[in-house]
Write a protein that binds this ligand. Sequence first.
Ligand code: ATP
Ligand code: MG
Length: 636
Amino acid sequence: MSRYEDFHARSIEDPDGFWAEQAQLIDWQTPPKQILDASNPPFANWFVGGTTNLCHNAVDRHLATRGDQAALIFVSTETGVEKTFSFNELHAEVQRTAASLMALGVGKGDRVLIYMPMIPEAAFAMLACARIGAVHCVVFGGFASGSLATRIEDAEPKVVISADAGSRGSKVVPYKPLLDEAIRLSKYKPAAVLLTDRGLAPMELVAGRDHLDSDMAASHRDAVVPCAWLASTDISYTIYTSGTTGKPKGVQRDTGGYAVALAASMKHIFDGRAGETYFSTSDIGWVVGHSYIVYGPLIAGMATILYEGLPTQGIDQQPDGGIWWRLVEKYKVTVMFSAPTAVRVLKKQDPALLKRYDLSSLRALFLAGEPLDEPTARWISDGLGVPIIDNYWQTESGWPIITIANGVEAKPSKFGSPGVPMYGYKVKILHESTGEELTAPNEKGVVVIESPTPPGFMQTIWKDDARFVQTYWKSVPGKLVYSTFDWGIRDADGYFFILGRTDDVINVAGHRLGTREIEESISGHANVAEVAVVGVADALKGQVAMAFVVPKAGDAVTDADVALKLEGEIMKRVADQLGALARPSRVRFVTGLPKTRSGKLLRRAIQAVCEGRDPGDLTTIDDPATLQKIKQLIVA
Ligand code: ATP
Ligand code: MG
């Protein structure tokens, strides 16, 4: 067995011993009495009897050794602000915010909803909640009133923390009017709103409810707020899933298990070391932002970059497709984390941009959130010359489920595969209808996780244990296993390949095809930047595949002949690689695809539009015009 296989085997065979060791990576006020209580499956209680605090582990415990070292590096290419906070400064800011929250009546277990742009105050707010034992619920700042209102109703926050405005592509996006409207729509009304005024948009304050954080902090300038010692199993936060497949679920996480899971992942998976800089291009509104912008790097004693802006605009607000690499050079970033969708945006830029910067500090780039197609992986890997590590996980898991644990053993990556199951995870592939385990290589089934789930994994759905069990643990007949709702295979070497979501399957003349496989084939065409394939109802075949393709920049397909030729090439390519059945019935060219605000393709909405149905809630779509254009194409 390789070193990693041993490591994984031990985590499964002796979870108590394994996780007791990992638990030493964090500070405990009271050490745990029991490592795992799995007496009530599928619920798993980690580090029972232990007390700790996420903010203490992220901030306070570093003060003695690295108080003056950079902790939070804020870069906004939207407003041209660049500012570094040391651990000492972060400590002071977090205490000020904590004192303000306490003055507004927030205590242990109270919810605080954070609806913020990517500014330091958002991180202060999260850490302040953790410090006093309040449960934060961060809602992505790009959401409109409707989505925000349903989350306010579900979370019932005592206080909402927000700001006057965000900014996107140098355009100011006022938040306050959206928040006011959301509170009006919500049956539940928060008692208070705490606002940061960035001076970007005018704000009208509601008397008795709204407070400016600058006013409040003035009376708490030198506040000393000790960390509340929480039970390991106390709730740290709730977060909603992206909503790619429908109604978002309020994922609830504990305190001690999460802290240990993050500390362990920083060591074994990301190989991020204290004193270095971590750069995740995600948003605090997503799970990656929670785990690997705020908590993970800080727990590891690293500086973390909080970046507000597009990947294509510089600090002077001029176009700059090299801005990320400029930051890697300037702050000597060692570990970077992004998403395939972002790399595809960069792929449309000049590749020479990558070569212009000294990227020698960088050891690896991690990508997650979506399937990483081979052309995109190769492009960025050739450009950077460092390992590109795909990692597969979910909001529910809080940290990678399948990847390569570089910190344990630098196993080679395989294109198209995120890697192997991480320590603590018992990942299996089951037959979708019989529930039988598929053990032979390359057999396609549903990817599931056996109980007990590791530390950091969701505890339950907020306020709804029954929905948690019903939704995730009862989908395979006769077995209590957690379904990821993703298809996958495992090859002869034990590497997993994720083949798309279980509801992204189309049925052509009785044959079941994964849209992901067709997309993979199409994206291999040299002139294709992005593609979405959906199944559309067909009187004759049941369903047919339809492809929506974004051609590469400079290959604008405005000319009908060029379009026809490219369509023909794409159809032939799919037929050659996957068979005639998989060949799309039509290939349409578009300039953009509808995605969730976290950059995931909304195949479901495209499919609805293609079939003349209502695409449903559009408030979570990044650019609704993309869907509108598809609609016009279909009608035409
Ligand atoms: P919802 O559950 O509300 O429909 P969502 O599943 O998009 O939303 P997330 O938790 O943000 O919400 O996304 C997790 C999903 O993203 C995974 O289940 C998988 O489908 C996909 N995914 C994440 N990382 C990868 C990866 N490396 N390769 C392939 N797919 C991935
Ligand atoms: Mg999901």
